[in-house]
Design a protein around this ligand. Structure first.
Ligand SMILES: [Zn+2]
Length: 162
């Protein structure tokens, strides 16, 4: 993942006075603001949490979990981590734009991670860990996709082939 300096940090480095959020919300652009607190980023995180609840994963709504990887015990971290990585990529993609990172982009990113892991599993000739991780997720991701996207990206279950 690409590393971004937060505007506040960057302002110190460049000795400029502009340390406002790059999305233009008017708030101070601290690291936690840009990745989590910003009102333009919050809707995506709420979507991520709703998705986790559908997977029966209940986590406190806390930035330390996706940003620092601090998990409460007994949580399926491998599943959460993939969802969070997809969200962070989606946020980074619209980093300097005054808009919300989109749910559709997040879903497509999840699918991308899923296909990459699939081909890597095929290459290693070891599909079982992949299937165990993605079985439930795959159905849920597919159920979220529009038919248009499914047709466009030829999205079918790679585990069952339907
Ligand atoms: Zn902001």
């Amino acid at each position: 993942m690409r590393y971004h300096l937060s505007p506040a940090r960057r302002a110190i480095i460049k000795k400029s006075t502009n340390s406002k959020c790059w999305r233009g919300c008017g708030e101070k652009g601290t690291l936690v603001h840009c990745w989590w607190d910003c009102k333009l980023v919050q809707p995506l995180w709420k979507t991520v949490w709703r998705f986790l609840i559908k997977l029966k994963i209940e986590l406190p709504f806390d930035p330390g979990i996706p940003l620092l990887g601090i998990y409460p015990e007994k949580i399926m971290t491998h599943t959460c981590t993939r969802m969070f990585i997809a969200a962070l990529f989606t946020i980074a993609r619209t980093w300097k734009q005054p808009k919300c990172p989109s749910t559709e982009d997040w879903i497509r990113k999840k699918w991308y991670i899923y296909t990459m892991e699939y081909y890597s599993a095929i290459k290693k000739n070891d599909i079982m860990p992949f299937a165990a991780t993605w079985m439930e997720l795959e159905n849920l991701i597919l159920s979220e996709m529009s038919q248009k996207d499914k047709d466009k990206y030829h999205m079918i279950s790679l585990i069952t082939g339907i």
